[in-house]
Ligand binder design. Structure first.
Ligand code: TXA
Ligand code: MG
Length: 307
């Protein structure tokens, strides 16, 4: 199996794979990514194929530094710098006007591009060593749970990639916040560790809302997504015999005790669901987390996993 610790030599080898048009699995602070050269059409096409991802769903371009932003995007909005200064490197993705240098396949034909600067040291060193922006969707097969540990990688992904860099468990455990900054008022397309409250406090005003009708603003926001194989249902409390995620004490092997802190819950959620899935649990019941703003990203993913 091609799993390696992220030593400088292994990161250099992974960078060469990317320069040769291949794909590698890299750790980030959010979830593991399936990374390739964002400017190499054939490499990007292979990443879509490995994931079984529809061509209409664009990829996020990962940079080593904010300084590289104008290589992939046209920046004409002062909010971009404010957001980048506050949250990069980190779990925030900005949707911006795309530079013509980025191939259409990477952005699924859109004239915008999603960009982020990850904070995970291995991701940053890999991008630096590869000397190019990396397209990196979450390293799961389409619709599935994003892996937050190498042990949770789907076999379909494992067999296809040349190198898997094992950076241990991901700090945040949910995908980055995606915010569209192409209009006058930023809009959150996918909630994440950088919360609506964080961004509103920074900008000093409320954010825009996704228009309920009209074309999907983010092609990747399918109603069902981030889902285990098992059926998932939200409940008030797990019964003695039920299998799933609980805030109380675990009463048997298929009950996972979850933290009451939103951030800690998020960091453990996908691996807990993956564990129950792997153990063959058919119906996973999840005790409904609080509806507070802190829990927006967790509740968003749970809702999608239930649909
Ligand atoms: O945390 C993350 O963002 C992880 C790690 C690996 O960086 N990546 C990730 O990528 O979650 P992916 O491909 O699984 O999700 C990308 C999301 C999708 O919902 C996609 O539709 C949206 O970003 N997206 C990408 N480009 C976009 C664009 N130009 N406009 C609107 N949404 C976009
Ligand atoms: Mg994904």
């Amino acid at each position: 199996m091609s799993v390696f610790p992220p030593t400088p030599a292994n990161i250099a080898a992974a960078a060469r794979v990317i320069q040769d048009g291949g794909a590698v699995v890299m750790p980030t602070e959010t979830v593991y990514g399936l990374a390739c050269d964002a400017l190499d059409e054939a490499a990007v096409a292979r990443v879509y194929e490995i994931k079984g991802r529809p061509a209409e769903n664009p990829l996020i371009v990962h940079l080593a530094s904010h300084d590289d932003l104008e290589r992939v995007a046209v920046v004409d909005n002062p909010l971009v710098k404010r957001l980048a200064d506050a949250y990069w490197p980190g779990p925030l993705t900005m949707v911006l006007k795309k530079s013509p240098r980025v191939p259409r396949i990477t952005t699924a034909g859109l004239d915008t591009v999603a960009v982020r600067v990850p904070s995970h040291p291995v991701a940053r060193e890999l991008i630096r060593a590869a000397k190019r922006p990396l397209a990196a969707p979450s390293a799961n097969v389409f619709m599935g749970l994003s892996p937050t540990r190498v042990e949770d990688l789907d076999p379909e992904i494992r067999v296809e990639v040349e190198i898997i860099l094992d950076g241990g468990p991901c700090e945040y455990g949910l995908e980055s916040t995606v915010v569209d900054v192409t209009g006058p008022n930023p809009v959150i397309l996918r909630p994440g560790a950088v919360t609506r409250g964080n961004i509103q406090a920074l900008l000093g005003r409320p954010l825009g809302e996704i228009p309920p009708a009209g074309p999907r603003r983010s092609p990747g926001l399918y109603p069902r997504h981030y889902a285990p194989r098992a059926l998932l249902k939200l409940v008030d409390a797990l019964g003695e015999e039920d299998s799933g995620l609980t805030f109380g004490e675990s009463r048997h092997v298929h009950q996972v005790k979850m933290p009451r802190d939103a951030q800690a819950y998020a960091a453990n959620m996908y691996s807990a669901l993956k564990k129950l899935d792997t153990e063959g649990v058919e119906v996973i019941l999840v005790e409904r987390p609080p509806a507070d703003a802190d829990w927006e990203a967790v509740n968003d993913r749970l809702k999608r996993a239930c649909d």
